[in-house]
Ligand binder design. Structure first.
Ligand code: PLP
Ligand code: ZN
Length: 404
C-alpha cells in the first residue's frame, strides 16, 4: 500500500509567492505573468513549486517507514525535487554536519553544528541548485546555461557543465575577483564581463534566456531553490529529525536560507518533524537591504538597495530577488535578520579555522559572526544551533580578503 509508483510526480504545480495564482509547470512560465517585474525587482512574482506531501512522504519511505538511503547526494530526496530522474551530474550535497564543541566555548549553547557546504564539488552550496539546473537543462535538451554571478554560482555552473559536456555562460559583475575569473576560465566557461555590478549583471543574464540558454539564476528560476532545499532536509536527517533551535546562515539574494525554511516546513507537513527551527539570516553591515526592511527602518529599503559595500562578495546584493520568499519564512518561524561588519566576519573566519578546522570564505563566516552577535542580545542557553558554512572559496589569504 505504501508503494507509490515513482512515475507519479509528487509535485503538482507552481504558485506565485506574490499574488498566489497557480500555474501549470508545463506552461513554461518563469516569473508570474500577472506580477510585473518592472516595478520592483526584489518582488517580481517569484514562483514556488508545490507538492502533494502525502504522496511525497510515501515515495520517500520504504515499507519500514525509513527514508531510503541508497543515495547520498541531492537526488536522495527525489520526490521533493522538480526533476523526473537523477541525471549523471557531479554529486552535489551529502555534506557533513560537524559538531564543533570548541566553538561553543564559554557560551551556554547545548551544541553547535557546522553544515560544511565547502565539501561540495565546487566548494559551495551553490552546487545543489546547479545540479537541478543541469538536470532540467538535460531533460529539456538545452546545451547552454547562463547565470549572473560574482563567483560561486558561475564557478559551480562552469564545473557542472565541464563535467557534463555543456556550455556555461557567466555574466560577471565588473567588481568580481580576479581569482574567481581565473577559475571560470580554467573551467572553460564563456566569460561575459558586465560593466555593471551584480544587480546589472543579473538583468543581463535574464535577457540571455532569449538565446535559448537555460537560466541558472536561482532566485527567478523557480526550480533551483528546490535543490538548495536539500541542505535543510539533510540537516534534519543528520540530527535524526530532532529539529535544531536556530539555524544561522549568510543572506544575499535570500534563496539559500529561504529554501532551508521550506525544507523544514515540508518535513513538518509530512509528519517527520514536529516544529520549525528559528532561521537567523545574516547580512553584511555595508549591504543590508533585508535587515533594514525587517527592522522597519525603511520599508523601501529592499527596493532601493544599499549604498555601502562589503568584502563579502557572495552576499554583496543590493536587490535581494527572493526577499519575499525569505520574509515569509521568517514570519512563519519567528526568525530574524542581523547585520555584521566585515571585521566581525573576519574574526569568525579565523575562529572557524582555529577552533573547528574549517576553511570558510569570508561570506560564509557571517553565520557564526551573527550567532555571536545574537548571543549578546538574548540568552541562547541550552540552544542547539546549526551554522551553515556556505562556501570555502578564498580570493585572498584567510583573514585578508580585500576589495579587488
Ligand atoms: C550565494 C552564497 C550565499 C548567499 O546565498 P543567497 O541564496 O544569495 O542568499 C552565501 N554564501 C555563499 C558562499 C554563497 O556563494
Ligand atoms: Zn503573481
Amino acid at each position: 500500500v505504501l508503494e507509490a509508483s515513482p512515475k507519479v510526480r509528487a509535485r503538482t504545480d507552481l504558485r506565485c509567492l506574490r499574488c498566489g495564482r497557480h500555474y501549470d509547470e508545463s506552461a513554461a512560465i518563469y516569473l508570474c505573468p500577472s506580477c510585473t517585474v518592472g516595478d520592483d525587482p526584489s518582488d517580481a512574482g517569484v514562483l514556488d513549486v508545490q507538492y502533494d506531501y502525502d504522496l511525497a512522504r510515501r515515495q520517500l519511505a520504504d515499507q519500514a517507514g525509513e527514508l531510503r538511503l541508497e543515495r547520498n547526494d541531492v537526488f536522495r530526496y527525489l520526490p521533493l525535487l522538480p526533476v523526473d530522474a537523477p541525471a549523471p551530474v557531479l554529486p552535489a550535497g551529502g555534506t557533513p554536519l560537524v559538531e564543533a564543541p570548541r566553538l561553543v566555548g564559554s557560551t551556554n549553547l547545548e551544541a553547535l553544528f557546522l553544515k560544511d557546504e565547502t565539501r561540495n564539488p565546487s566548494r559551495a552550496l551553490k552546487d545543489r541548485a546547479t545540479a537541478i539546473a543541469v538536470t532540467r537543462a538535460l531533460e529539456q535538451g538545452h546545451n547552454d546555461l547562463v547565470c549572473a554571478s560574482a563567483g560561486n554560482a558561475a564557478i559551480s555552473l562552469a564545473a557542472f557543465c565541464a563535467h557534463a559536456g555543456l556550455r556555461a555562460h557567466a555574466v560577471v559583475p565588473h567588481d568580481a575577483s580576479e581569482v574567481r575569473m581565473q577559475w571560470l576560465r580554467a573551467l572553460g566557461a564563456d566569460l561575459i564581463r558586465s560593466e555593471f555590478d551584480y544587480d546589472g549583471a543579473y538583468q543581463q543574464a535574464e535577457e540571455a534566456r532569449d538565446e535559448g540558454w537555460y537560466s541558472r539564476n536561482c532566485a527567478f528560476n523557480p526550480f533551483l531553490v528546490e535543490g538548495k532545499k536539500t541542505c535543510g532536509l539533510e540537516i534534519a536527517q543528520q540530527l535524526n529529525w530532532r529539529v535544531p533551535d536556530l539555524i544561522v546562515c549568510p543572506v544575499g539574494d535570500a534563496c539559500t536560507l529561504a529554501s532551508i525554511g521550506k525544507a523544514f516546513r515540508e518535513l513538518r507537513e509530512m509528519g517527520l518533524t514536529g516544529r520549525l527551527p528559528r532561521l537567523i539570516g545574516v547580512q553584511a553591515a555595508g549591504v543590508q537591504p533585508l535587515v533594514a526592511r525587517y527592522l522597519g527602518r525603511d520599508p523601501a529599503a529592499v527596493k532601493n538597495g544599499s549604498q555601502g559595500t562589503t568584502r563579502a562578495a557572495s552576499i554583496n546584493v543590493g536587490h535581494p530577488r527572493n526577499a519575499r520568499r525569505l520574509l515569509n519564512e521568517l514570519e512563519t518561524c519567528d526568525g530574524e535578520l542581523l547585520a555584521v561588519t566585515d571585521d566581525q566576519m573576519a574574526v569568525a573566519q579565523l575562529e572557524l579555522a582555529r577552533s573547528a578546522g574549517v576553511v570558510a570564505e569570508l561570506t560564509s563566516a557571517a553565520g557564526l559572526a551573527g550567532l555571536r552577535m545574537l548571543a549578546q542580545r538574548e540568552s541562547l542557553a541550552g540552544a542547539r544551533v546549526v551554522a551553515v558554512v556556505t562556501g570555502g572559496r578564498l580570493d585572498q589569504p584567510i583573514g585578508e580578503e580585500v576589495t579587488p
